[in-house]
Design a protein around this ligand. Structure first.
Ligand SMILES: [Mg+2]
Length: 220
């Protein structure tokens, strides 16, 4: 092989190897979820609330999702699609949620995000053991978890263990503290998203974008 070809194939290998991974929580991170029955206009008509009409102000992007016997109104965080497109330029993106697998799938489909987040990239902690995603994606130090919770919570320790941070020889408390500490460097927190009437004032995802790049060691 000549030197030019060799160099090019090295470049291709490096490119494949160095594309990092960003895992997103779903509920309260990318979307807010409400059951319309909570806010019904009239007890006799639990399917209707004038505030949550798809296509109309103040929540034109809201979608109605059926899951089990529930009707969920799903509010995407403002700028969600554009934000995911931005991250997808420099990282492979995935969902890691505590929600049931079917719920995650239904929501991502209803939001028409399957081109960015195909079914194979939607992960439920309910189906995963420690290290499961570390093995699946061969994760090293090249990943970030974005979540509305903090790395010191039990939920985050659970997710971090799935992503490869675990110390089985430690006691559960020691392991949790160690994971929380290391996890701070692997973790980007976003403020919990609730469907706010002044929804356009939420810039959390764009603030997070800079932090994601910084923690991955990428230029801003
Ligand atoms: Mg959440």
């Amino acid at each position: 092989m000549n030197a030019g070809l060799e160099f090019r194939s090295w470049l291709i290998t490096e490119e494949v190897k160095t594309r990092p991974h960003v895992f997103f929580d779903m509920d309260e991170t990318l979307v807010a979820i409400m059951e319309v029955g909570w806010m019904k206009e009239d007890p006799a008509n639990s399917n209707f609330n004038p505030l949550t009409r798809p296509g109309e102000s103040p929540f034109p992007d809201v979608v109605l999702v059926k899951f089990e016997d529930r009707k969920l109104h799903v509010f995407p965080r403002p700028g969600l699609r554009e934000f995911l497109e931005q991250v997808n330029k420099f990282a492979d993106i995935h969902i890691l949620s505590h929600a049931k697998p079917e719920k995650i799938k239904n929501i991502i489909k209803a939001l028409k995000l399957t081109d960015l987040l195909p079914m194979s990239e939607l992960h439920s902690t309910r189906k995963l053991s420690p290290n499961a995603l570390q093995k699946k994606y061969n994760l090293g130090d090249d990943w970030i978890m974005v979540d509305n919770l903090w790395p010191t919570t039990a939920e985050m320790v659970n997710k971090m263990r799935i992503l490869g941070l675990n110390f089985p020889n430690k006691s559960p408390k020691e392991e949790g503290e160690l994971i929380s500490n290391i996890g701070k460097g692997k973790f980007v927190n976003v403020k919990e998203y609730r469907a706010e009437v002044a929804e356009n004032y939420d810039y959390e995802l764009y603030r997070a974008l800079g932090e994601i790049k910084k923690k991955l060691g990428l230029p801003l």
